[in-house]
Ligand binder design. Structure first.
Ligand SMILES: NC(=O)c1ccc[n+]([C@@H]2O[C@H](COP(=O)([O-])OP(=O)(O)OC[C@H]3O[C@@H](n4cnc5c(N)ncnc54)[C@H](O)[C@@H]3O)[C@@H](O)[C@H]2O)c1
Ligand SMILES: CC(C)[C@H](C(=O)O)[C@@H](O)C(=O)O
Ligand SMILES: [Mg+2]
Length: 363
């Protein structure tokens, strides 16, 4: 791995800076011991950017993100910005980054670590050993479709509307990512839509079927309706290897899959593309902000995805993941993943423990 990786950190709002602080400690640990270092730059995104500049993402910060080798993102949003106009809402910061960086394939793994089996609300045998990957289309669909708006009809009735729209190339490129990933995993893809109700869902199914027939007949493909998929995820999640789905269904299903692993504080994701952005699946968690309670592991595991996928540093990613496993096996838990009778570790204590486990492994 060559030296000086340019990383832009956008910690954002709420617990974003709290969890990112722990990631930065691990980055420093790595830099001190490896042949490369991170050239870290920080910027504002979301509500903090809105407060400073009147917009959740400035053109300058966007340019910095595009110029960086990878972006580490925390979380955006919070109730204090609920009444802000839609275009200026904190959430528009991450949506614009995804769109402008063309991060069309969002990889959201759900991996159950053995020591955390008990943290899931589901039975041990349902989740133990779970390893699935949701490939969420991230730059299209109803999140970006036109027309959208609120209008008043001639009879005075007001209505709001958004549009689900997918072109063939949009479906094809995200499906290719899913098929290619499956080939490196268990070689199975579930394509998820609502072809029974939606025109765009039927079109999605037809396009995936055609791509499969043309280039990926070696991969097992199944189609599933999104409502059934939500049900199957809690019923028998281990039937899944790779799930490919639209932006909106991927948002819902990845929160559902996150809870199989115990908490939103565990799964991590990346915009799997040339230009990548890595973010934990969770949000700004306004209910626990400022209390040193947030679980930093999702952000930390997003960082390991950055090492693995953007920087080819699989050894370092493995090392950090092993350190996380050590800490969990040792019984340390933040509040979101602890059971009755345990004492909650703080965000800082979890960071300390990971650094301690890294020291022990490096010794
Ligand atoms: N990518 C993002 O930036 C992102 C993602 C989801 C939600 N949001 C935004 O975050 C705000 C709050 O949304 P929400 O409450 O629906 O979702 P959320 O993910 O912020 O929180 C949902 C629940 O999970 C808990 N939780 C989340 N992350 C945790 C962590 N690391 N450690 C421990 N517990 C954790 C929270 O305390 C809360 O009880 C909204 O403004 C929303 O738009 C942002
Ligand atoms: C904050 C919001 C825009 C975002 C989404 O809906 O994509 C979040 O829920 C996520 O899952 O990353
Ligand atoms: Mg979400």
């Amino acid at each position: 791995m060559s030296s000086n990786k340019r990383v832009l950190i956008l910690a954002g709002d709420g617990i974003g800076p709290e969890v990112m602080g722990q990631v930065e400690r691990v980055m420093e640990w790595l830099s001190a011991r490896r042949s490369f270092s991170f050239d870290v730059q920080s910027g504002l995104v979301g509500g903090v950017s809105y407060e400073a500049h009147g917009t959740p993402l400035t053109d300058e910060t966007l340019a910095d993100a595009v110029a960086a080798d990878a972006v580490l993102f925390g979380a955006v949003g919070g109730p204090q910005w609920d009444s802000v106009a839609r275009e200026a809402r904190p959430e528009m910061g991450i949506l614009r980054l995804r769109k402008e960086m063309d991060l069309y394939a969002n990889l959201r793994p759900a991996l159950v670590f053995d020591p955390l089996v008990e943290a899931s609300t589901l039975k041990d045998e349902v989740v133990r050993g779970l390893d699935l990957m949701i490939v969420r289309e991230l730059t299209g669909g109803i999140y970006f479709g036109e027309p959208r708006g609120v209008e008043t009809l001639p009879d005075g009735t007001r209505r709001g509307f958004d549009t689900e729209v997918y072109s063939a190339p949009e479906i094809e490129r995200v499906s290719r990512v899913a098929f290619e990933l499956a080939r490196r995993r268990d070689n199975r893809v579930h394509s998820v839509e609502k072809a029974n109700v939606m025109e765009s869902g039927k079109f999605w199914r037809d396009e995936v079927t055609a791509l499969h027939a043309a280039d990926y007949t070696d991969v097992a493909l199944e189609h599933m309706y999104a409502d059934n998929c939500a049900m199957q995820l809690v019923r028998r999640p281990k039937q899944f290897d790779v799930i490919v789905t639209s932006n909106l269904f991927g948002d819902l299903l990845s929160d559902c899959a996150a809870m199989l692993t115990g908490s939103l504080g565990i799964p991590s994701d990346e915009g799997g593309n040339r230009k990548a952005l890595y973010e934990p699946v969770h949000g700004s968690a306004p209910d626990i902000v400022g209390q040193n309670l947030a679980n930093p592991l999702a952000a930390l595991l997003s960082f390991t995805m950055m090492l693995r996928y953007s920087f080819g540093a699989a050894d370092d990613a493995d090392l950090i993941e092993a350190a996380v496993q050590d800490v969990l096996a040792g019984g340390l838990r933040t509040a979101d993943i602890m059971q009755d009778g345990m004492t909650a570790a703080s965000t800082d204590a979890m960071g300390d423990a990971v650094l301690g486990a890294l020291d022990a492994r490096a010794a």
